[in-house]
Design a protein around this ligand. Sequence first.
Ligand SMILES: Cc1ncc(COP(=O)(O)O)c(C=O)c1O
Length: 445
Amino acid sequence: MSRQMSNGIPGPNSTEWGKRRDEAVPRAVFNTVPVFADGGEGAGFIDVDGNRFIDLAGGLGCLNVGRSNPRVLAAVKEQIENYLHECFHVAMYPEYVELAETLNRVTPGDHPKKTMLANSGAEAVENAVKISRYATGRDAVIGFTNGFSGRTLVGMTLTAKEMPYKHGFGPFAPEFYRAPFAYCYRCPLELQHSSCGLACVEHTADMIDSQIGSENVACMVVEPVQGEGGFVVAPDDYLPALKSVCEQRDILFIDDEVQTGMGRTGNLFAIEHYDVTPDIVTTAKSLGAGLPISGVTGTAEVMEAPHVGGLGGTYGGNPVSCAAALAVLGELTETDLLDRARAQGKIIRDRLDPLASELRIVGEVRGLGPMVGVELVTDKKTKEPAKRETAAVIKRCHENGVIILKAGTYDNVVRLLAPLVISNEDLHEGLDVLIEALRWADGGT
Ligand SMILES: Cc1ncc(COP(=O)(O)O)c(C=O)c1O
C-alpha cells in the first residue's frame, strides 16, 4: 500500500531547510526522516511542503496523549500567562508540589513517597543513581545488556550499545556492572524460558555476590520493557525474581519508566504488569507531552537521604512543564485513554502477529500493549539480524508517509510508539504501509 505524498519526501522546502541544517547543526545530532515539521495534531503532522504523515513514533515516545492535546494546551496557555519560570530553588510555586503529589499517588505502591523533578530521562536516571548511592552508602550500580539510559555520563555508562551511543565518548563512569537481561529470543545463556529456571537471574545474583560484593551495590536500573534495546519484554517471572535478588541484599530497584511509562504499555506504568513495587521510578518523555520534564519518585526514606542542596537544577520542574504534566496525568487517569491504549495494542498484534509465520524475515513480534516491536532476521534458524532490510523497511514507510523508528542492539527491530489517541483509521493505514514494506522486504531487497 502506498500513500500519496504529493510534494515529495523530502519536498523542495524540506530540502532547502536540510541544506541550512547541514551548515548549522553537527551531523552527530541525528535525524530519522528528511523532512521539517510545520504543525500537527493527534497522531499526525504536516511538513513544510504540505505532506501529512501518520505518526507511529510519537516524537520518540513523548506524545502518548497526542500532539496539541486540548487539555495540555489549555493548561500550558494558562501557565504561560501566569509565569514562565521562577526556579524552584529561588521561589517555590504550587505546580511543582502538585506534580510531586500526583506522581507520589499514581506510581506503584501505597507507601509514603517523595518526588524530585528534572528535565530529561537521562537526568532522571542520573539523579536516581545519585540518590541510591547516598541512601545506601554504596557505590556499585547494576545495568543490563541491551539497556539504554540516555546520553549523559551515567546514561552512557548504563547504556549497553556501543555504536552510536558510546563510541569515542569514554572513559565511562566507574563501578557500573552489566548483567544479562532476559532477552529470551536471543537468550545470552542459550537456554529456553521457562525450562531455564531463570538462569540469568541466578547469574546476576552470583555476579553481585562473587564479583562485586552485595554490600557494595547501591541499585539496579531496570527497564521493564527495554526500549532502545529492541522492545525486549521481560517474561512474567523475571522482574519479580530480580526484585527479590535486590530485597535479599538491600539493593534499591530503580524502575526506569522513561519510555514505558504514561500508558505506553496499556497500564500507567509497565511494572504494573509484573506485580513488582519498585523503590524508585523514573519518568520522562510522555510525562510532558513534548515539554521537557522528568521525575524521580521513590520511597520517602530513600528520597530524603541526600543533604539540602544536593539535588536539583535551574530548570528542573519548570512551571510550564509541570502544568503540562499535570494535564497529561489527568488525561491518563480520568479518561478512557488506557482502554484505548489496550485496544490499540490488540489491533497492532492482530495485524502483525500472523507475519511471524507468514514472512521469512520476521523473527519475532513482541510487545506489551501498544508498545510493539518486530524483530527482523535474514534466517529464522541462525537469527542473523536483518539490519539492511530493517533500514529499507523504515525508509519505505517514511516515503509512504508513515513515521516509524528502529530499535535494537543489532539495529533490526521496527518499533511502534504511536500516540495513544491515534484514530483506528490512521492506525490501520499506518499498519497497511508497514505490512506492505515488510512483505516487499521479504521478497528480497
Ligand atoms: C529507558 C530510557 N531511559 C532514559 C532515557 C533517556 O531519556 P532522555 O532522552 O530524555 O534523556 C531514554 C530515552 O530514550 C529511555 O528510553
